[in-house]
Ligand binder design. Sequence first.
Ligand SMILES: [Zn+2]
Length: 267
Amino acid sequence: MSQRTLMMVGAHPDDESIIGGTLARYAAQGARVIVVAATRGEAGTIFDPTAATPENIAQVREQELRCACQVLGAEPPYILACADGAVQLCEETALEPLVRLVRQEHPDVVITFGPDGIYGHPDHVAVSRLTTRAWHLAGDPTAFPAHFAEGLAPFQPARLFYFGLSQSMVQRWRQYAELKVELKGQLLEFAGIPDEQITLSLDNSPYLEQKLRAWACHRSQANPNAPRQQMPEEEQRRFMAIEHFVLAAGVPLDPPRQGCDLFAGLG
Ligand SMILES: [Zn+2]
């Protein structure tokens, strides 16, 4: 079996840690894990003023992302040059570089946010659309033919998954915290993916400590009042350990028969 490659496309430095258990799991199993962030996260709130200033926030967050990738066993990350808070404005310009990355890196499986963006963050929703288009175009011999002159070839990844929270998980969480995030005066809500739409859920408990260490890299973003912190410790660990996926495109899979594996049946 050839080495597997998993590509995760997020909007901001720290999005990779949302799904850090899965990244650590596959890196530990010997897969190449490639993280792509659409932005440097320069619009993020600085929660720890000793970690960053408004002047150096982009560089700091890029470093924090590098730190998290290293902790998770992923390769050094790629950053597409979208502006934080405006990924929807670069969906066209970021498409070519993302298709190029897919053609260069040959991921078997690509994972990104679902259309709900977990809590409707417009950048997460935009990166979901962008990645979905790139997944479909990378294998299209009529898309970005200039790549072929550079020696790249069309490449179709086998699967595209969306990650997110399950609705039942969000309901349990709501007992402890008000699940609303304010973004530019707008209140965004966590909804969760209906449980019956989830293709597979990975229990990444063995990689939880690694995931927490990856989160800890994002020192400038450490919000002591994050809604997650309001859950009891045990519940919080369970919440962090289980990561959910919906198969969005590609080779069908049957988790009850094939086991819980994003690469199941891909040979
Ligand atoms: Zn984000």
